[in-house]
Structures are given as C-alpha cells and as structure tokens.
Design a protein around this ligand. Sequence first.
Ligand SMILES: [Fe+2]
Ligand SMILES: [Fe+2]
Length: 181
Amino acid sequence: MLKAILSRKELSENSEFYSYIGDLLNCRDIRELENFAHHIGTSRLQHSLNVSYYNFLLCRFLRLDAKAAARAGLLHDLFYYDRKTHERIRNRHPAEHANVALYNASMRFSITELEGDMIVNHMWPATPHLPRHAETFVITLVDKFCASAELSSYLWRRFCEKIKKSEKSAMTKLRKFRQRI
Ligand SMILES: [Fe+2]
Ligand SMILES: [Fe+2]
C-alpha cells in the first residue's frame, strides 16, 4: 500500500496522479529505490513518492504542469548509491546527485525539458544554475518540506518508542514492588 507521508490516502485512489506515474512505478529501476535508505528513517522510493505527490498537488493548485511535477518528483533522486559510502561523490553529493539523477532518468525514460530542469535543479540554491521554470522553484520547496517531514516523523517515532519502553519498565517495577508488599 503506497501512501505519501502525512497523507491517509492510498496513492492509487488519486486516479489523475496515478495515471501520470503508474508506468514509472511499475519499472524495476524505480522499485529498486526501495533498497536505499534516504535521509533518516525512510527509503529513497518513499521520499520520491512524497515529493512526487506533494509536488503534483501544489503545481495543480497553482495551475502549473501537474503531470511534469508528478513525474519529475518521482525521478528527482534517481541514483543508486549510498551517499555515506560512495567515496567519489561523498563531498559533492548535494550538487552532484541531481546531475546523476538527470543522467539516470534520461537513459531510462523519455523526459521533457521541463522535467529535466526540475530534476537537475531540485537542489537549488545548492546548485549553481537558476531554475528556468516556475515548477522547478516549487520542487525545490517541496523537496525540502518532505525531507523535514520525514526527519520529524522519524524523531517522533523514536520518541514514542522511548516512552513505550519507559512505560513498560515502570510497569514491571511496579509489579515487582507489589509482589514484595
Ligand atoms: Fe535530492
Ligand atoms: Fe529529494
């Protein structure tokens, strides 16, 4: 079941959104992103879906190209290495992975000039070139919003786990105390 972060809706329930990305989602090269951790506490596929969905919603709301927004969102982090262990690229990752993603996307799928601009400049202002389209400015914001939401949700999960653990140990201590009195 695929859902975007903070959303209760199954992604396939949104037929317009799904019609834009369904073909990509069925590709092994996209599904493989599930095997890579991204930021903290999520997979690269989940992050890409998050960006794709919110990018689509925001661009549609702003009457921009919602189809390009959904597709570029799903492809914007299309790279297959762990940034922490990839020696060659480690220090230049913020700017470099967008170029790698554009190369990978254009080798595998047919992408438009607009989608290419969104992918290669999604890290702006960490990348040197100014985005050429309004949709690209949108994806730069959505990407950062999703990364923050993913990190917050991870920290919240950890916090809840800790509370549960300490509740459990308090209950165990209480039970032991009652047995003694
Ligand atoms: Fe990225
Ligand atoms: Fe991203």
